[in-house]
Design a protein around this ligand. Structure first.
Ligand code: ZN
Length: 75
């Protein structure tokens, strides 16, 4: 997935996401915990929103399609 193509991000979420260095973003996407697989996985088909000052990515496990999420705390 091209992480530069993010049509499902809200504008503030996109701005927060784009403030993160690309290598860090890639790492954030590739070590998301999946409770179904019981190991770290890659998040796909994700959306981005800001909730309570944190950037929240919600998407699917690349392996099993279980719902997974990652919260990136505001700095
Ligand atoms: Zn999974």
């Amino acid at each position: 997935m091209a992480i530069e193509s993010l049509p499902t991000f809200t504008k503030p979420a996109r701005q927060r996401w784009e403030s993160i260095p690309a290598d860090i973003r890639q790492r954030l996407l590739s070590n998301v915990w999946c409770g179904h697989c019981s190991h770290e996985t890659t998040i796909t088909n994700f959306t981005g929103t800001i909730k309570g000052g944190d950037l929240v990515l919600v998407g699917q496990c690349a392996e099993c399609r279980n719902d997974v999420a990652r919260v990136i705390e505001g700095s």
